[in-house]
Design a protein around this ligand. Structure first.
Ligand code: Z5A
Length: 222
């Protein structure tokens, strides 16, 4: 696969979307290949419908945990096939808001579904496509939930109890320990500008190493 898949992970309100957008804007000014942004769930037309089903608050007819797991897997399978693989094959740098680690953290550690089953489903849904790099924005869930409460009504997952979000955070911690090369831990309590600088510096190092044949010319030091 010619391109680069860079994922932003973390609990709600950690600042993933903010940092992904800032990193994309900066990368676009630095490199000569397409820089794309996308998200899970919801990176395709089918995914947008699945996202609506997954996140809307339900008064009755709760989604069963294994059903929820399969809906996320379905969203991912479509996203990989229809969007990620074709664009990576063209050499794009894709910044993706959540990917397979979200399923391990939320459905595995949060809902306490079998981790091995989730790994197998992730492998089926991705066809083996793993991120080149993952930024984990690590934040105390109480602070993350407070940030998003200020912005409006919480969605179905945001309404989960605090201990659910704490298990999700513990899940990310375990994943980062198991994949120290791929997953970069960032302390998301830092100011957005400081995080942006830290992410730029890491991207600069990683992309210079990996992409030196294709386009280091535009990659500058600031
Ligand atoms: N989910 C799952 O369970 N399993 C899966 O496999 C996948 C997903 C793929 C997607 O929701 C939901 O799906 C998610 C997990 C589940 N659970 N929920 N809910 P989403 O995409 O709607 O939500 P999200 O991914 O958690 O995004 P978010 O809530 O918008 O959080 P964020 O992107 O990390 O944060 P943000 O939008 O950049 O910032 C949030 C607020 O904080 C905003 O007001 C910012 O201005 C502010 N902010 C940002 N950075 C800072 C700093 N550094 N300091 C202070 N304030 C800041």
């Amino acid at each position: 696969m010619a391109g680069q898949l860079i994922v932003f992970e973390g609990i709600e309100g950690a600042g993933k979307t903010t940092q992904l957008q800032r990193a994309a804007a900066w990368l676009r000014s630095q490199v000569a290949v397409p820089v794309l942004t996308t998200r899970e769930p919801g990176g395709t037309l089918l995914g947008q419908e699945l996202r609506h089903l997954l996140l809307k608050v339900r008064d009755t007819d709760e989604i069963a945990p294994r059903s929820e797991l399969l809906l996320y897997a379905s969203d991912r399978a479509q996203h990989v096939e229809q969007y990620l693989k074709p664009n990576l094959a063209q050499g794009a740098i894709i910044l993706c808001d959540r990917y397979t680690d979200s399923t391990l953290a939320y459905q595995g550690y949060g809902r306490q579904l079998d981790l091995e089953l989730i790994r197998q489903l992730n492998a089926i849904a991705t066809g083996g496509l793993t991120p080149n790099l993952t930024f984990w924005l690590d934040l105390d869930p109480e602070i993350g939930l407070q940030r998003i409460t200020e912005r409006g009504a919480p969605n179905r997952l945001e309404q989960e109890a605090l201990d659910f979000h704490q298990r999700v955070r513990a899940g990310y911690m375990a994943l980062a320990q198991n994949h120290p090369q791929r997953i970069i831990h960032l302390d998301a309590i830092a100011a957005a500008d400081d995080l942006e600088r830290e992410i730029r510096a890491i991207l600069q190092t990683r992309l210079s190493e990996k992409l030196c044949e294709s386009f280091p010319k535009k990659l500058s030091k600031n």
